[in-house]
Design a protein around this ligand. Sequence first.
Ligand SMILES: NC(=O)c1ccc[n+]([C@@H]2O[C@H](COP(=O)([O-])OP(=O)(O)OC[C@H]3O[C@@H](n4cnc5c(N)ncnc54)[C@H](OP(=O)(O)O)[C@@H]3O)[C@@H](O)[C@H]2O)c1
Length: 300
Amino acid sequence: MKNVLITGGSGLVGKHLTQILEENKSEVSWIGRPKKERPYHQKYNWNVENGSIDKGWLQCTDTIIHLAGAGVADHNWTDSYKKEIYESRIKSTKLLHDTLANNEHSVKTLVCASAIGIYGNNCVESTDETFPAQTNFLAKVCDDWEKEAYKFELLGIRAVIIRVGIVLAKEGGFVKAVAAPAKWGLGAAFGNGKMMTSWIHINDLCGIFMKAGNDINMKGAFNAVAPNPVSNKAITKAICKALHRPLILPNVPSLMLKLGLGEMASMILANQNISSKKIEKAGFVFRFNQVEEAINDVIK
Ligand SMILES: NC(=O)c1ccc[n+]([C@@H]2O[C@H](COP(=O)([O-])OP(=O)(O)OC[C@H]3O[C@@H](n4cnc5c(N)ncnc54)[C@H](OP(=O)(O)O)[C@@H]3O)[C@@H](O)[C@H]2O)c1
């Protein structure tokens, strides 16, 4: 990966990945929605809704890392927001595809994010990449997103799909959301607390994106989760412990989550025991295997 174009580069994963790619001597540009103050890396703009896109990257990009999509936990799942979650991923992938199909370009590889949400909300046994896509809302988003990504293969572009688990990072996402109340002694697990959480440290996730870009033997879907998933109670406990705060409150009942969050509660209450075997077999070595070590690293 010499010249990388990242979509959604301004997000949690994109910013971290940009830094790591640059440390490894890649040239990184972002394509994103126009902003009042254009970030340094955002050399190109697009408007996914109306299908307009800058094309300056076409002849100088070897790898696209596609992360863009409206945040699934940023807003209640109203019908219009669900449409945005869906279209921001599917239409953006189509826009990239059609732009490549209709223009001369130098792109060899697409690394496209997806999520372990593709497996649905109840993965009791260790679930691997052969498990079929489910039909609930997030699973459908992921499945259709991946189908669009596979179309790049017909253009002679290697397509790798990274099914991302719950990302543990200092800057935001799951840890920040759980740590905010926990800092005030208000940390609490959800539901019965037994649901499995398949997490990944952001450095390992960026390592997997880099491997996917560089390793020409990687094709198709790979789970990006650490080898040892834990229960929701255990990960909440680990965050409270790292913050030196007790976990004394009772769990937040499932019914309360459902009443407060509606359909989005299904994502929070999902039981996801996901396998990391395939990416390990491909040669990836995790730096963070145990959740306590990962949490202590991001909360320090
Ligand atoms: N973080 C996790 O725990 C996790 C777990 C599973 C899967 N993932 C997936 O991995 C990808 C990266 O995650 P992340 O945590 O870095 O996401 P993020 O922080 O929410 O960033 C996503 C980026 O997508 C772009 N975007 C947002 N809304 C958009 C819209 N309506 N249309 C087009 N672009 C839009 C934005 O970039 P611009 O403003 O620059 O355009 C934003 O910075 C996402 O697709 C996410 O679904 C993340």
